[in-house]
Design a protein around this ligand. Structure first.
Ligand code: ADE
Ligand code: ZN
Length: 324
């Protein structure tokens, strides 16, 4: 089964590029940029990864970004992820990035997006892995800041396929960003938002992303299973759900394999993703293997999960067919 999983051509639709920062690269960049890390070795850094819920994870994730300073740093970060993904037979990926996590530290939007873009182009040419970029807004920051960043992105619209919403969901409902997402849609961008697992008001948030924001996909969205109405809504809109098993294991102490099976049984378009693979120590193959082992998923079920991913990509229809 492991060889079957490793050999499958895969698409990954939920991965934060800043969440692919491996400890070794972190140390190399800290040295180059004269930044002092509070750990002596990459192993000591990994040992300090102590997360048990979303806020405790986010704290470590944002602290990790401090080593990313110039365009080359963003290039290297993105190249390393794309190289790793290609080595796991990921043939197509949609990458999130968090510009506010960088502009708030004095790193320019242009530096961030240009470094990422150059690596995407090089990886497609040299490794054959195709990718598109999704700009995420940090929901714990203001709607005004999100709007400023959307406007900042206007000269780079050709480099973006969509916008997303991530970070701490507590007291930051989707409707807070209604105007930002409305404008992004008018500019031709696709829309997605995180509805993390077991968050306060999660069912209301899932309803808002569908009925008020009009998203094209939902990140996580696992709690929708608690409501027949939401499941029907998700199915009728043909919305993909980007589920992240190993991430869920850390954040809510469950791989959510039962929930993923229920989604498949209901004909919902569940997909499997890594979220923040360097922090959760699991890329696509490791996520699929862990899920398969816990839930005893069949080859057919794994094929359905991967076909779902290609179905709900934001590729042009004709391009999608190449993979399906
Ligand atoms: N940013 C990076 N990973 C995230 C996650 N799993 N949920 C919310 N925001 C994130
Ligand atoms: Zn995420």
């Amino acid at each position: 089964m492991q060889a079957f999983i490793e050999g499958m051509p895969k698409a990954e639709l939920h991965v934060h590029i800043e969440g692919t920062l491996e400890p070794e690269l972190s140390f190399a960049l800290a040295k180059k940029n004269n930044i002092e890390l509070p750990y002596d070795t990459p192993e000591a850094l990994i040992a300090a990864y102590d997360f048990h819920d979303l806020p405790s994870f986010l704290k470590i994730y944002y602290a990790g970004m401090s080593v990313l300073i110039d365009e080359d740093d963003f290039y290297q970060l993105t190249w390393d992820y794309l190289e790793k993904a290609a080595s796991q037979n990921v043939v197509y990926t949609e990458l999130f990035f968090d510009p506010q996590g960088h502009t708030s530290r004095g790193v320019s939007f242009d530096t961030v997006i240009t470094g990422i873009r150059k690596a995407q182009t090089a990886a497609e040419e040299k490794l054959g892995i195709r990718s598109q970029l999704i700009m995420c807004f940090l929901r714990n920051m203001s709607a005004e800041s999100a709007m400023e960043h959307l406007v900042m992105a206007k000269p780079y619209l050709g480099w973006l396929v969509g916008v997303g919403l991530d970070s701490d969901e507590h007291n930051n409902p989707p409707v807070k960003f209604r105007e930002v997402f409305k404008l992004a849609k008018e500019w031709g961008l696709k829309l997605t938002m995180h509805c993390d697992v077991n968050q306060k008001n999660t069912l209301e948030h899932i309803r808002q992303v569908i009925e008020i924001i009009g998203v094209d996909r939902i990140d996580h969205g696992v709690n929708s299973l608690e409501s027949d109405d939401l499941c029907e809504l998700i199915k009728s809109h043909k919305l993909g759900l980007t589920v992240c098993p190993v991430s869920n294991q850390f954040v809510v102490q469950s791989l959510t394999s039962n929930e993923i099976r229920q989604m498949l049984d209901k004909g919902m378009l569940a997909t499997i993703n890594s979220d923040d693979p360097a922090y959760f120590r699991a890329y696509m193959n490791e996520n699929l293997i862990a899920l398969q082992q816990e839930g005893d998923f069949s080859r057919e079920e794994l094929k359905t999960l991967m076909a779902n991913a290609f179905t709900v990509t934001w590729l042009p229809e004709d391009d999608k067919q190449v993979y399906l």
